[in-house]
Design a binder for this molecule. Structure first.
Ligand code: AAT
Length: 284
């Protein structure tokens, strides 16, 4: 009998991948974790039934969460990653020789351990670089206690605002991010999707809160085949830098970081949003 992984993208709309093997299934203290193997997307894992990472399209998400901010400020030295237990974001950040400190705060140690076992493509750098420190705690609590002005960059690589990720979409969290960022600081956050109404609702809520908190707050898009509708967003917020006017394209290109999705032309383009998305965000 054929085995399929299915995610309900809407009540009447489903996305399915034929599964070769259901590699692992467990309920951690925080969520249901499942690993699968498939022909088209390779190994992938889900949390509470929602798609997190596949081997084939992870480069899109991890390029876009990381390199946009690094091209705006190539002198970033201290980075805080919240979530991102698969290790893909840390892997990209650690490619910059100028980065000195990477603190990664993941609520669920089991996600990290299982990704180290089943997804070395994203997780293999997690125990190989002494600039990286792993903390297994709630990101919301971590930013409450972190020192003021310490980080140059915060990357919020979180699940959707249900379950343990909920606190990472609150004004209290964004205020603490602002407090622990330096004057040059940039906040990038997983910003949901504009297409299906339930995700667009979360996108609008997140945007209105971040806009209240930071003087510069923009949204950029990328194409993620395995996320609902395939159209996904990150938020770019900063005290000082405009992501388009302040891009240091020559400086970033000189670093010679090879990427598969991101480039400095696309950097400008990804902030150019479709009209229906602009309208939804402008009304916030
Ligand atoms: N790199 C893309 C993968 C993810 S996983 C997001 C991670 O955030 C999960 O490992 C989850 O355990 C962690 N997480 C959730 N809440 C918290 C919290 N409060 N503090 C720290 N870590 C947390 C992102 C997938 C995006 C999916 C979009 N649909």
């Amino acid at each position: 009998m054929d085995l399929w992984y299915t995610e309900n993208h809407q009540e009447d709309t489903k996305f399915s991948i034929k599964v070769q093997e259901h590699i692992h299934s467990e309920k951690s203290e925080f969520q249901q974790i499942d690993f699968f193997r498939s022909e088209t997307f390779g190994t992938f894992f889900t949390l509470d039934g929602y798609m997190m990472v596949t081997e084939k399209d992870e480069f899109i998400y991890h390029d876009m969460i990381t390199h946009v901010s690094m091209a705006v400020n190539p002198n970033i030295k201290k980075v805080l990653i919240i979530g991102g237990g698969d290790g893909g974001t840390a892997r990209e950040v650690l490619r910059y020789p100028g980065v000195e400190v990477v603190d990664m705060v993941e609520i669920d140690e089991r996600v990290v351990r299982l990704c180290q076992q089943y997804l070395p493509l994203t997780a293999s750098k997690l125990d190989q670089d002494n600039r990286l420190t792993l903390y297994f705690e709630d990101g919301l609590k971590f930013v409450q206690e972190a020192d003021e002005g310490y980080y140059d960059l915060i990357l919020v690589d979180s699940t959707d605002p249900i379950g343990p990720g909920e606190g990472l979409f609150t004004v209290a969290f964004y205020n603490n991010c602002k407090r622990v960022l330096s004057e040059e600081g940039i906040l990038i956050n997983q910003h949901e999707s504009p297409y299906y109404a339930s995700y667009a609702h979360e996108m609008k809520r997140a945007h209105s809160k971040i806009k209240e908190t930071f003087p510069i707050s923009k949204v950029y898009q990328f194409h993620m085949p395995t996320y609902p509708s395939g159209h996904w967003l990150f938020g770019f917020a900063s005290k000082k830098y405009d992501p388009i006017k302040d891009i240091k394209a020559d400086e970033w290109n000189k670093l010679g970081i090879e990427t598969k999705y991101y480039n400095t032309d696309l950097h400008v383009g990804c902030f150019m949003l479709p009209t229906y998305v602009k309208k939804q965000l402008d009304n916030e």
